[in-house]
Write a protein of this length. Structure first.
Length: 152
């Protein structure tokens, strides 16, 4: 019986992680597209390459974060009561706070790796490393199971 429950829990975790990965993949495509758009078109008037990359990264990461919050709330953790029990602005603030660690990690890694490789490759590597941190923090904080208090 216990082994069967563990199997169901493992399957549920695997499905949730696959969903998280698919949402993350969509965010990655958005991130890379907006990053390239910022670098090559929107911010090309910024002469300093470092400043242009900073502006492009800020826009790319922000856009991808909004996309990922929407789909993770609706699809990845949509079965959890916590996904809908809180006011949307509060939950978005929690999501951004929890994701802030991985966003910072992505930004710093991209800047460091871009010294040795193309900025898009650097960004892809940074996204991959930050994804695990993002999943764990949001699973444990933003969309955690809500424990019901016993009445009485």
């Amino acid at each position: 019986m216990i082994r069967g429950l563990r199997g169901v829990a493992s399957l549920a975790l695997a499905v949730r992680f696959v969903r998280f990965g698919l949402v993350g993949a969509s965010g990655t495509l958005i991130n890379l597209g907006v990053l390239a758009l910022g670098q090559e078109w929107l911010f090309r008037a910024i002469a300093d390459p470092g400043m242009r990359l900073n502006a492009s990264l800020a826009l790319a990461i922000g856009t991808a974060t909004l996309n990922n919050f929407y789909w993770n709330r609706r699809w990845t953790w949509g079965d959890r009561e916590a996904a809908h029990a809180k006011p949307l602005p509060l939950q978005f603030l929690q999501y951004v706070s929890a994701s802030g660690v991985s966003i910072t990690l992505q930004f710093v890694l991209t800047r460091a790796l871009a010294l040795w490789m193309h900025y898009l490759l650097a960004n892809m590597a940074a996204i991959a490393l930050a994804a695990a941190v993002n999943y764990l923090l949001n699973d444990r904080l933003t969309f955690r199971f809500l424990r019901r208090r016993a009445d009485g």
